[in-house]
Structure formats: structure tokens, C-alpha cells
Design a protein around this ligand. Structure first.
Ligand SMILES: NC(=O)c1ccc[n+]([C@@H]2O[C@H](COP(=O)([O-])OP(=O)(O)OC[C@H]3O[C@@H](n4cnc5c(N)ncnc54)[C@H](OP(=O)(O)O)[C@@H]3O)[C@@H](O)[C@H]2O)c1
Length: 327
């Protein structure tokens, strides 16, 4: 028997991809209810069937088993509990609950056991956090990691559909960001904080600590937006706790689900946004010994922010619920 599914924010980049991924993975859906503002698209397709998109008022919605929220921060803060009270497990893509210690923040390949702690809401981590942690985790597990210095090269789609309209010159007023993104880079993502870091950089630090259940690991992030449509790229340098060989690192990465090594610089084989676009796997290349840290390791990571960075991870969380009979 299938489940009753709701998607709030079904017409957005992430919402639409959730529909695609549910279909691709043959998730058992009995009924699907789609919500958005009512000012944009009024219909979507699921398994080639046209589904009406209902304007979300927050007052009337059906009983569901799983509700994906993909509509910014305010909507889940106001209405996630109402869905839970009507029997749903809410999987929220926004930052609304990610730092709440009572709400699990899950990457299914890393901390699936946390699903058991949910009281009705599960948070999906930030896209850059997911893409960075997936290949770092098998290394962390075997060798331990003291600190990570990370710089991101994030695509415009990470900021939603309106931001893509800016890149495509289909927006009036033209700039979604503080200034032009085309032929440019913006070395700041999110809100500025007193510390000098941005909110996106802080998310990478605090979410990683929560997912790894490791308050001691040191993480310093610099998050940058580039005029790329899809796919976030990430440069990391890490200090491991013990000695390693590159051969052992590669073997460990090869064994980890969802990670692909793409690392033959002589043949120009290293991950890049167009390679990873619309793929669920996270790609790793430029794997090399870092000469600055003791037991230092550097690598380059790339993954699709809308897929594994959002929709695919969210659907995998729903699959955990299914397997754990949580719904
Ligand atoms: N883009 C990414 O790479 C990414 C990655 C991880 C997490 N996220 C998170 O996922 C969420 C969605 O991101 P996105 O990129 O899909 O954004 P988006 O393309 O801008 O889509 C936003 C969606 O939310 C709907 N929405 C906005 N306000 C609403 C309201 N008051 N009531 C009902 N629906 C409302 C929009 O409906 P209309 O179409 O009718 O306007 C649209 O369906 C955000 O919380 C974001 O932080 C995004």
C-alpha cells in the first residue's frame, strides 16, 4: 500500500525535483497533494499524471503520512506542527529546525539511526553541508578529523528559481543578488554575522557538528556564489587525526555509497558542475596530500545541490521512515 504525500512548495526547484525523485525511486505513493503560493504554476506532473497545485493557506490540508516542506523558513515554522498533529512526518528542506537539538538532521548514509528520535519533524541539511560531508564521512570514520578548511563554489540555483531568472536575464528588476552574478562571483552567501562569517558558512559548521555528533571538530568555511546554473563545488583541506595513504583514502571512498571518485588530472578528469548536474552521486577528485597540516589531505568535491543537496536526500529520509516503519 502506498503513502499519502504532501509537498508544500511543489512548484519550486526543490519541490519539482522531489516529484521526479519519488517517481524515479518508485516510492510507494497512494495520493499526492501539492501546494504553493497560488501565484505561480497551478499544475505539476507526477508519473505523467497532471496534478493540481493548491494555494497554501495553512488552514485546510488533508491528513498525510509524509509532508515535504520546501517553501522557505516561515512556512514550516508556522505550519509543520499542524501537519504533524494531523499524522504526518514532516521533512523540512529549510534551515527552520536544523539547529534544534530535539529535531534530527539527517544524511541517510551517515546518521540514519537518528530517524528513531523524530517526534514528527526531520530536517534536511543545507545543500553544501550534505555535498561536503558525504565523502568526508568515510574518511572521518576511519582516520578521525581534527579540522576542516573549506571553500564553496555554489551555483545560482542554490538560491531558488528567482535567482536563476537573474542569470538567464529574465528578471525585472534584474538583480536577485546585491549585484550582477553574470560574469562575476559573490564572495558572501546568506546573512552577515557579527563574527565576520556569513549565515551559510555558520550552517556548514554547526550542521556538520550536529550530523557527526562531534562538537570538537573545527570547521572554517568560506561560501562563494558563481554564475553556474546547477551543482556546487567544494574545496576542502583537512587535518586527519592519524596517518593515511592516498591509496587507502581512495579505497575507503570507493566503498562508500553515493560517492564517485573522478580523479585523473592527466586526462582532465576532475569533477565539475556540468558533470554532476542532475546526478545523485557526489563526485570527488584532486585527492592529494596537503603539505601544511600534519596528516593533511586536500580534495575537490562536486554534487548537484537540487538532487543530493536537497530532493534526493529528502526522499531518502522518507525511505528511512518506510524501512523503520515510522509512518
Ligand atoms: N535550491 C537549493 O539548492 C536548495 C537546497 C537545499 C535546500 N533548499 C531549501 O528548499 C526550499 C525551497 O528552495 P527552492 O530552491 O526550491 O526555492 P524556489 O525555487 O524559490 O521555490 C520556492 C517554492 O516555495 C513556494 N512558496 C513560497 N512561499 C510560499 C508560501 N507562502 N506558501 C506556499 N508556498 C510557498 C513557491 O511557490 P510559487 O512557485 O507559487 O511561488 C515554490 O514552490 C528553501 O527553503 C531552501 O532553503 C534549497
Amino acid at each position: 500500500m502506498g503513502l499519502r504525500i504532501a509537498i508544500v512548495g511543489a512548484t519550486g526547484l526543490v519541490g519539482e525535483k522531489i516529484l521526479t525523485v519519488l517517481d524515479e525511486r518508485d516510492f510507494p505513493v497512494d495520493k499526492i497533494f501539492l501546494f504553493a503560493t497560488g501565484m505561480g504554476k497551478t499544475e505539476e506532473y507526477f508519473k505523467k499524471e497532471k496534478i493540481e497545485v493548491t494555494p497554501f493557506e495553512g488552514t485546510e490540508f488533508p491528513e498525510t503520512d509524509v509532508a515535504f516542506f520546501s517553501a522557505g523558513t516561515d512556512i514550516p515554522k508556522k505550519f509543520a506542527k499542524d501537519f504533524v498533529n494531523k499524522g504526518a512526518i514532516v521533512i523540512d528542506n529549510s534551515p527552520a529546525f536544523r539547529e534544534d537539538e530535539t529535531i534530527p538532521l539527517i544524511i541517510p548514509e551517515i546518521n540514519p539511526e537518528k530517524i528513531k528520535e523524530t517526534k514528527g519533524i526531520v530536517s534536511n541539511p543545507n545543500c553544501s553541508t550534505i555535498i561536503m560531508l558525504l565523502p568526508i564521512y568515510p574518511i572521518y570514520k576511519r582516520w578521525g578529523i581534527k579540522r576542516i578548511i573549506v571553500s564553496t563554489y555554489q551555483s545560482v540555483s542554490g538560491a531558488g528559481r528567482e535567482a536563476l531568472f537573474d542569470l538567464d536575464k529574465k528578471r525585472n528588476p534584474p538583480h536577485y543578488f546585491p549585484f550582477a552574478i553574470e560574469k562575476n562571483i559573490i564572495p558572501h552567501i546568506g546573512k552577515p554575522l557579527e563574527s565576520g562569517f556569513s549565515s551559510e558558512e555558520r550552517k556548514m559548521e554547526s550542521e556538520s557538528k550536529k550530523i557527526l555528533s562531534d562538537k570538537k571538530i573545527k570547521i572554517s568555511a568560506t561560501c562563494v556564489r558563481l554564475p553556474v546554473r546547477f551543482g556546487h563545488s567544494i574545496s576542502v583541506t583537512m587535518e586527519l587525526k592519524s596517518e593515511f595513504t592516498l591509496q587507502a583514502i581512495k579505497k575507503q571512498l570507493q566503498l562508500f555509497p553515493g560517492v564517485v571518485i573522478y580523479d585523473e588530472p592527466k586526462n582532465a578528469k576532475y569533477p565539475f558542475p556540468l558533470l554532476v548536474e542532475d546526478k545523485d552521486e557526489v563526485f570527488v577528485g584532486r585527492i592529494r596530500v596537503d603539505p601544511v597540516f600534519k596528516n593533511g589531505l586536500s580534495m575537490w568535491i562536486a554534487g548537484d545541490n537540487i538532487r543530493k543537496g536537497a530532493a534526493t536526500n529528502a526522499v531518502q529520509i522518507a525511505e528511512l521512515l518506510l524501512r523503520g516503519e515510522g509512518v
